[in-house]
Design a protein. Structure first.
Length: 106
């Protein structure tokens, strides 16, 4: 069991919203994260970016939430980006095949 407490830091500049994920996004944090992200994902008037630079771990539940966000944003024609993916998280994204659905803002 990990001890990296999950946290979310939000930065907004006009219609650009950047969400920085910190710690472990696992089953224990997934409900809180899903509830936090749902209104942001459904608001197609903003550009949404997830900054994963401080994400230390993500499990299948967290990946499922990311896939849900991608689907909602794509259906709405709304921009969604993922940036600063740590190497250990990128390896997991590559192994699961989610990488091809995540777009970098750079």
């Amino acid at each position: 069991m990990s001890t990296n407490q999950f946290a979310v830091v939000t930065h907004q500049d006009g219609q650009q919203i950047t969400i920085q994920l910190q710690g472990d996004l696992d089953l224990a944090a997934s409900g809180e994260f899903r509830s936090f992200m749902e209104p942001l994902a459904n608001d197609s008037t903003n550009q949404l970016t997830l900054d994963l630079s401080k994400l230390t771990y993500i499990d299948s539940t967290g990946i499922g939430i990311l896939i849900s966000i991608v689907k909602v944003r794509k259906a709405a024609g709304a921009p969604f980006f993922v940036e600063n993916v740590p190497s250990q998280v990128q390896k997991l994204f590559d192994m699961t095949g989610i990488s091809k659905f995540l777009t970098s803002s750079q």
